[in-house]
Design a protein. Structure first.
Ligand code: FES
Length: 105
């Protein structure tokens, strides 16, 4: 069941947007152009974006404005980005961070 907000009490009804497919840890998810990785995953009920490097505890968005880096994920197994600040594109491959020191190559 999607948790996507299609109509907002202040912003009104959201317009038609192009549906795309993104992949999180290899699993396909529906998203829309203009979404961020974080908003796409939350709309699909996925709140854990990575595991803490030392404790292994689940981590997701915290500030949702690009300051805390709690939402960092890997794109295509290489580039590390903030999920709350990164727009999705069709076919995007996103992976959780699980180990200390994973970063841009
Ligand atoms: S949730 Fe804080 S930078 Fe993304």
């Amino acid at each position: 069941m999607t948790m996507r907000v299609n109509s907002h009490p202040v912003l009104g009804k959201l317009g038609e947007r192009k549906q795309i497919t993104i992949y999180f840890n290899g699993k396909p998810f529906q998203a829309y152009e203009g979404d961020t990785i974080a908003s796409s995953m939350m709309a699909e009920g996925v709140y854990t974006l990575r595991q803490h490097e030392e404790s292994g505890k689940e981590r997701g968005i915290y500030c949702n404005i690009g300051h805390c880096f709690e939402c960092r994920v890997k794109l295509g197994g290489r580039r590390v980005v903030r999920a709350c600040m990164t727009p999705v594109f069709n076919g995007m491959e996103i992976n959780s961070l699980t180990a200390f020191g994973e970063r841009d190559e």
